[in-house]
Ligand binder design. Structure first.
Ligand SMILES: Nc1ncnc2c1ncn2[C@@H]1O[C@H](COP(=O)(O)OP(=O)(O)OP(=O)(O)O)[C@@H](O)[C@H]1O
Ligand SMILES: [Mg+2]
Length: 320
């Protein structure tokens, strides 16, 4: 099947900041592409170009086979975007906002009311339907914004950090809604700083940092790229932690660390974990628990970029 999103060599500079420095992205129709990166990586800039709000300086971007610069109007008719695009009216109620958007898109009054009711139900906003949008909480507002962006059932939906700042329940609810849309055939490009979110939703992930794609692939492929497994051991007596580290290092030459009451040992395969465990048993160290884990995407990110995805300290860029 044709790619719903195809980006080649995209460049966008603001003064001497190269927000995008030759980005390639592809998403097959009906898939979820996660674009993962820290503050200032270029995520919003990429979404703004793909949704026709900004022009690239170089490179090409096609959505549904249409060039986003040459065919901007056609692209706009077929996509949804959360954020500024939807243009919610603070004084209108949630329901009135959705009805108005549906009417602007050409629906009859009964059709518009039916679509609004359906969306309010789906986004868990029925109880707030007759409250002005300006009085919604952050999470409700985010859901109304998403509802507004799908009034027209977009073929491609762009979600720029849809769950930043939401509580875990609202975040899970939003993930469900995204999964429903994908099940109906919508292609989704989702930017996020949350590795778990990309892991949960995305079929493939592009990790971007400083305007470049530094890694891409399915979540499992990215994890494999970093390689290895992690053996975690929690001793009955916390004083035994340094001894566990010494035993692990002595057995397989691993660079073991202590993290939150556990000895964390990177191992290349399960056999190394077994070797460490039998050495620990011989030494007579009692373990309260142990386990063998795949690396988390957080560890993947750290390995690839040298800094953590959710750390905002090093950069001072203002979100666009
Ligand atoms: N309109 C603009 N004018 C000047 N610089 C900009 C503009 N928009 C973005 N930038 C710069 O481009 C770079 C990428 O910004 P962008 O907003 O795309 O990052 P982001 O990945 O979306 O970050 P965040 O996670 O903070 O939303 C940053 O250095 C930013 O300061
Ligand atoms: Mg952004």
């Amino acid at each position: 099947m044709r790619h719903a999103i195809e980006v080649r060599g995209l460049v966008k500079a603001f003064g001497d900041v190269r927000a995008l420095d030759g980005v390639d992205l592809t998403a097959p129709a009906g898939s979820v592409l996660g674009v993962l990166g820290p503050n200032g990586a270029g995520k919003t800039t990429a979404v703004r170009i793909l949704s026709t709000l900004t022009h690239p300086d170089a490179g090409t971007a096609r959505v549904l086979g249409l060039d986003v610069v040459a065919k901007a109007d056609e692209v706009r008719d077929r996509i949804g975007l959360t954020g500024q695009y939807a243009g919610l009216d603070e004084n209108l109620t949630g329901e009135q906002n959705l009805v108005l958007i549906a009417r602007l898109l050409g629906a009859s009054r009964p059709q518009a009311k039916a679509r609004a009711a359906e969306l309010l139900e789906r986004f868990d906003l029925v109880h707030a339907a007759s409250r002005p949008a300006g009085k919604y909480s952050g999470g409700m507002r985010r859901r109304l914004d998403l509802a507004a962006s799908v009034v027209r059932r977009p073929e491609v939906l762009f979600l720029d950090e849809p769950t930043t700042g939401l509580d875990p329940k609202s975040r899970g609810g939003l993930w469900d809604v995204v999964r429903d849309l994908v099940a109906e055939g919508t292609t989704v490009l989702l930017t996020t700083q949350y590795l778990e979110e990309a892991d949960q939703l995305a079929d493939s992930i592009a990790v971007i940092d400083a305007g470049r794609v530094i890694a891409s692939g399915a979540p499992a492929e990215l994890k494999r790229m970093v390689g290895g497994l992690v053996l975690r051991m929690r001793p009955v007596r916390p004083e035994a932690l340094p001894q566990l580290v010494v035993l692990a290092d002595g057995t397989i030459g691993a660079a073991a660390k202590i993290e939150e009451g556990e000895a964390v040992v990177p191992v290349a395969h399960a056999g190394e974990a077994t070797a460490v465990m039998s050495r620990v048993t011989q030494a007579g160290v009692d373990l309260a628990s142990f386990g063998l884990d795949e690396p988390t995407l957080d560890e993947v990110f750290l390995t690839l970029t040298g800094h953590r995805a959710e750390s905002n300290d090093e950069k001072e860029e203002v979100a666009a």
